[in-house]
Design a protein around this ligand. Sequence first.
Ligand SMILES: [Zn+2]
Ligand SMILES: [Zn+2]
Length: 282
Amino acid sequence: MLIDTHAHLDFPEFGGDLDAVLQRAKEAGVGRIIAIGTTLKSSRSAIAFAEQHPEIYAVVGIHPNSVSEERGDFLPELQELAKHPKVVAIGETGLDYHHLPSERQDREISEAAFGAASTQSIELEIRDEAEKAAQAVAFEQHLELAAATGKNVVIHQRDSWVDTMNILRSYSADVRAVMHCFSGSLAQAREVVELGHFVSFTGIVTFKGADDVRQVAASVPIDRIMVETDAPYLAPVPYRGKRCEPAFVRETAAFIANIRGLTSESFSTQTTENAKRFFGLS
Ligand SMILES: [Zn+2]
Ligand SMILES: [Zn+2]
């Protein structure tokens, strides 16, 4: 049995055929799916899926890129949602510096006149710092909620490694985390493991050019690995570029099993045990 530990079932890509998607997951041996929230609305949807389907569990939280649209007052409702019996962790939360205001407007600036550009870039820098600060506050609120409820945390990190680890480090005595969609270096993976946390791999590990990720997947301690799809994104080879769905976690697991010299079955058994322990599943 496999567990897809990270899927966005509420995204519009699954609007038309979720039942068929869930059926294919079952047929592929994916016996549990963790539905991940990215906003309050999406967290409510994850819970609704979990109520409708015994194999689905929910994780509730505000994705760092959605923090500003929730306008900071999400905490009371998130605390309520976290009490639901099928909510098995808090997230996804963390820091994402890839989509800051200056990154979004880089092209416009380079096309603007120099004087105007420098004024604009100062403004953008101020907005970047404000957005980073808001993400950090929200990240800490999620970690505190996790500590208070005894739940683990699903962390999203992009272009923000040092800041993410600095915040996570100070909570590492109280919460356990998984760095989802891990695509960092071996040294970064070691840092995560030494703090007692987990790393989770998506279909990226099967991509051409992902040698570094493969090296990490081959050497992380077997009791700290999980697998996920991050559906609808990041479909593994041979489905790369198509809509990803939970059934495809089987390809990712088989691929990592192979590079570790294990059978798919023994690798799946171990990572499923890890996921059950991490999310407290029976
Ligand atoms: Zn993510
Ligand atoms: Zn995600």
